[in-house]
Design a protein around this ligand. Sequence first.
Ligand code: NAD
Ligand code: UD1
Length: 337
Amino acid sequence: MSILVTGGAGYIGSHTVVALLERGRDVVVVDDLSNSSEESLNRVRELTGRDVTFVKADITDRSALDAVFESHTIESVIHFAGLKAVGESVAEPLRYYQNNLVSSMNLLGAMADHDCWDLVFSSSATVYGDPEILPIPETAPTGATNPYGQTKLMIEDICRDVAASDPRWRISLLRYFNPVGAHPSGNIGEDPNGPPNNLVPYVMQVAVGRRDKVSVFGDDYDTADGTGVRDYIHVVDLALGHLAALDHLPKGCDVYNLGTGNGASVLDIIETARDVSGQEIPHEITDRRPGDIATSLADPTKAQTELEWRADRGLELMLSDAWRWQEKNPNGFNEPD
Ligand code: NAD
Ligand code: UD1
């Protein structure tokens, strides 16, 4: 019996595959490598001393997905595969709806057809839009501000409807806050294509000398230092959250915040990154990024209680592990130019 991990060659997926293999589980990864490299799985094999089955396939192709279920006995699925860049989703909404919705519907259909009913899905804190309550509980109102967020809300709804249609389903929707950091070995980590959209990878590329300076998107927010505050979570804690979710699947469908409950500002990140890397991080204040919010902070109580999981790796560890990955792999998984 294996666990199917869609998108398992990607950033969060590869860390979760390590955690699963270390827990003695057998894993099949299906990924089309549209935003990742097979090298991440080679590193996973080296790190764990275990094999992982890899199928290169686009899961918007239902027949490719059926073939995976027919050639392996799948007991449960963790579904990471999806496109995730907010700006790109505004520019190319149909590509986002097509990829994220069709892949998820195919997966649910293939699972039911192959008598597999246990699913963990990657949702996002982006579904809370501009939150009215802080820290944000799972019961807070939802509302997406871009097509990427819409796909997450729509897939959550599809999962609820599917779970209500057959009592065998057990589905956990995990709303991640801001995943950062890397495996402590520095051998796997986040490897964005082109200039990073997210703060921590950008800061790391400045620290390593790949980029000149960080633009701080606004210092006039209603926060302690005026810069945006987020709930950053170490990717290893997040990976362990998936194992906890698999161990505590609900009857039907339920939703959990995966965050720490602690906030850090943009300037906190820059300062801590400077401390752990020993590198100067030149930065300048620029205009706000359209669509950004002042503060995002999880109330992680439900996951702590029901999943018996807690994110306890702090900001220094997140950034020192991110730095180790960046320093050992200045060009990510690519060979040096
Ligand atoms: P990632 O891009 O590194 O990983 C996603 C993987 O899915 C990639 O390897 C990509 O090649 C693959 N993929 C995409 N479409 C596919 C398809 N049709 N068929 C097969 N494979 C496909 O992203 P990540 O950061 O690891 O995110 C994983 C999941 O978590 C995504 O669903 C993302 O939306 C969600 N999420 C991420 C964040 C974050 O900040 N990283 C935050 C909240 C939610
Ligand atoms: C982004 C996504 C969101 C997703 C989340 C987690 C956007 C608009 N939103 O949000 O949908 O759920 O990541 O992956 O992309 N910042 C800078 N300079 C930079 C980059 C970011 O100052 O170069 C600031 C931002 O204004 C924000 C903070 O850093 O205050 C974190 O930004 P980022 O890492 O992009 O995450 P989110 O804004 O939370």
